[in-house]
Design a protein around this ligand. Structure first.
Ligand code: GLU
Length: 445
């Protein structure tokens, strides 16, 4: 079967899983040429096997809220592909979580993890639990109840979850505590742990830092520097914070951050106090960015608007999937934006990507740009397995090297005859070649 036939069948079989279908379609479209050049892949039905998760766990999570009421949520873990290493990928706690979203994230994770050069397979999990407005004690009880089911199916060499939207250091702490109690082992079964009990230095910053290192490589290749560029960032969570911090350190002006309530126009750029306040805002757990403008009068809050309405050189979506659509892309292009580095997973819709590519604007996909997060998780696994801990400088040096390698792979597989670099194609082909070859060598399993 060719890639279009495979896609057509998937659309019938999983008609309701739109995010999953979107993620698969994007990969299949970009790897088609390479797939056609490798009849051994088609013969081994590599794509048919790759698009199907190895297994999915679905479980009930019951817990008691602060009013003594019993609450029920659904927990999931999608173990997608372990061709190149144990399943690896985050947990997302958000009311939108469903099988389609976790399958899209797990599928993307396979290629992203392959790009990091580290031995990690792809997985993802989470729950429809909404952490917004919950007390610390409620978060703890939920995490403990979640792990009470999940622990049997994970392990340091089997499946290593981590954070994602709604799951940060605090949640990893509660999840790890329960795992340790049940499994009676203190191992690297989760990443993003606290610094005093097995966490890696630089992990909290890694996704945002890695993304900015990747952008630096994109710019250098075009003879440009990040210094002095105007950067618009969506979101104000952990990833947006890391990106804002590193971009500012390198002399860029972060002129927009945003939340579900609107955008902050910040023409003067960030400073230490503003960046620290981003963390405070996030900790407040209210999902609003408006108070930023109350605290810093040089910034303005524009309700209901996205970060993409602000004139910038570089756009960095750092929030959710499909947060930048075709109209947003057109607005950015009209305002003179010349680079979009997707930091969120599948942050741009296919229409937005098509607009960027049509305008020959630099565009790089999340699975390359945001891979620094999971790469540093991989470095955390290594440190745990070796029972040592590296200095921040050591981890940052390795992160730099990994981002440079990923950029190199994208350029190698994505450079078009006219010189335009199709980073999306480059990332997908590089990741696919590695995983497909591993699957082929391991036989039909
Ligand atoms: N959730 C992050 C991602 O999308 C990190 C995963 C991890 O560290 O395992 O890549």
């Amino acid at each position: 079967m060719n890639t279009s036939e495979i896609m057509a069948r998937l659309k019938v079989k999983h008609a309701n899983e739109k995010e999953y279908l979107q993620a698969v379609q994007e990969v299949l479209e970009t790897i088609e040429d390479v797939y056609n050049q490798h009849p051994e892949f088609e013969e081994a039905k590599i794509i048919e096997r790759l698009v199907e998760p190895d297994r999915i766990f679905t479980f009930k999570v019951t817990w008691v809220d602060d009013n003594g009421e019993i609450q029920t949520n659904t927990g999931y873990r999608v173990q997608f592909n372990s061709a190149i290493g144990p399943y690896k990928g985050g947990l997302r706690f958000h009311p939108s979580v469903n099988i389609s979203i976790l399958k899209f994230l797990g599928f993307e994770q396979i290629f992203k993890n392959a790009l990091t050069t580290l031995p990690m397979g792809g997985g993802k999990g989470g729950s429809d639990f909404n952490p917004k407005g919950k007390s610390d004690a409620e978060i703890m009880r939920f995490c403990q109840a979640f792990m009470l089911e999940l622990w049997r199916n994970i392990g340091p060499d089997t499946d290593v979850p981590a954070g994602d939207v709604g799951v940060g250091g605090r949640e990893i702490g509660y999840l790890f505590g329960m795992y340790k109690k049940l499994a009676r082992e203190h191992t690297g079964v989760l990443t993003g742990k606290g610094m005093t009990w097995g966490g890696s230095l630089i992990r909290p910053e890694a996704t945002g830092f890695g993304a900015v290192y990747f952008v630096q490589h994109m710019l250098h290749l075009q003879g440009k520097d990040i210094k002095g560029q105007k950067v618009a960032i969506s979101g104000f969570g952990n990833v947006a914070w890391g990106a804002a911090l590193k971009a500012t350190q390198l002399g860029a002006h972060v002129i927009a951050i945003s939340g579900p309530d609107g955008v902050i126009h910040n023409p003067q750029g960030m400073n230490d106090e503003k960046i620290a306040y981003m963390l405070e805002l996030r900790r407040s757990n209210n999902d609003v960015v408006a108070p930023f403008a109350e605290k810093f009068p040089d910034a303005t809050f524009i309700p209901g608007k996205k970060a993409w309405s602000i004139k910038c050189d570089i756009a960095m979506p750092c929030a959710y999937q499909n947060e930048l659509n075709g109209d947003d892309a057109k607005e950015l292009i009209a305002n003179g934006t010349w680079c979009c580095a997707e930091v969120s997973n599948m942050g741009c819709t296919p229409e937005a990507i098509a607009e960027f590519q049509k305008a020959r604007i630099m565009f790089a996909p999340g699975k390359a740009v945001n891979a620094g997060g999971v790469a540093t998780s991989g470095l955390e696994m290594t440190q745990n397995a070796m029972h040592i801990s590296w200095s921040a400088e050591e981890v940052d040096r390795k992160l730099h090297e990994i981002m440079s390698n990923i950029h190199h792979s994208c350029v190698r597989y994505g450079t078009q005859p006219d010189g335009y670099i199709n980073y999306l194609k480059g990332a997908n082909v590089a990741g696919f070649m590695k995983v497909a070859t591993a699957m082929l060598e391991q036989g039909v399993i």
